[in-house]
Write a protein of this length. Structure first.
Length: 262
């Protein structure tokens, strides 16, 4: 058995994603929700319940690291883990968000572009790592100024206040916050006045598939990228790590299944 741990999990589609992939692969297993804000309790269950694969989400991606036996180099550099593989009671931490981000942004010019990153949590760290490695100029904004400043120091770039930005100086906007997620679907993490044509706007929120931010960006003529593809790709990579091999799945049927749940 496998699990997703975090809090809240009520709207997570990870069980549907994983269980459909297991079905396609003929793997006899299932992924269940294990909701708690107590990380020590969760890590104890990962070991005692013998979850072979554990997907890790808000608010545990950073704090779980200190409870693991080993963490791979990329996850260490990012400072966040979203996948734990249990091998005979030894817990190995990985970050597959970076794979989802890379595939979601495939074809988007990053080098020497101004990339506005909204939020400062675990996914923001993965995005910042990818932008840094791709030669982009990161602009960090968070409700907690200190966290944005810390990301700028760690990954390179600068902290910004949204009211100080001019719309024509932002090439790519990436929302890593839960703002706009169901059921608060009318909320946005940025003023729509900053949205213009020729921008790329990527929202990691996948429920709804087209958030208010993406709707407004599309109206402004921007290219929009839903978080659904990132979600699917990071989940596939989790299963590759667990199975210790590359896998082939029917992406269209998985995407349609997930959209049908939203």
């Amino acid at each position: 058995m496998n699990a997703i741990v975090g809090n809240p999990l009520i709207h997570s589609l990870s069980p549907i994603l994983h269980n459909e992939i297991y079905r396609q692969l003929g793997v006899v297993s299932s992924l269940v929700k294990d909701e708690s804000r107590d990380i020590e309790e969760l890590v104890g269950r990962i070991r005692t319940e013998s979850y072979e694969l554990t997907a890790v989400t808000i608010p545990h991606k950073q704090v779980i690291i200190k409870y693991l036996d080993e963490v791979d180099e990329v996850a260490q550099k990012i400072g966040a883990v979203n996948t734990v593989i249990n091998k005979n009671g030894k817990l190995y931490g990985h970050n597959t968000d970076i794979v989802g981000i890379k595939k979601a942004l495939a074809g988007v010019q990053i080098k020497n572009k101004n990339i506005l990153i909204l939020g400062a949590g675990g996914v923001a760290r993965s995005v910042a790592y990818y932008i840094s490695r791709s030669g982009g100029k990161a602009l960090f904004n968070s409700r907690t100024r200190r966290k944005a400043e810390e990301l700028a120091t760690e990954f390179g770039g600068r902290m910004v206040e949204l009211e100080d930005l001019k719309k024509n100086e932002i090439d790519v906007i990436i929302n890593t916050t839960p703002v706009g997620m169901y059921p608060q679907v009318d909320e946005m993490s940025i003023n729509k006045e900053l949205l213009i044509a020729d921008q790329v706007v990527f929202d990691i929120v996948y429920n709804p598939v087209k958030t208010k931010l993406l709707q407004e960006a599309e109206k402004a003529g921007a290219k929009i990228i839903s978080g659904l593809d990132m979600f699917i790709y990071q989940g596939i990579e989790q299963i590759c790590l667990w199975q210790e091999k590359d896998i082939e799945v029917d992406l269209d049927s998985i995407r349609n299944l997930l959209i049908g749940q939203l």
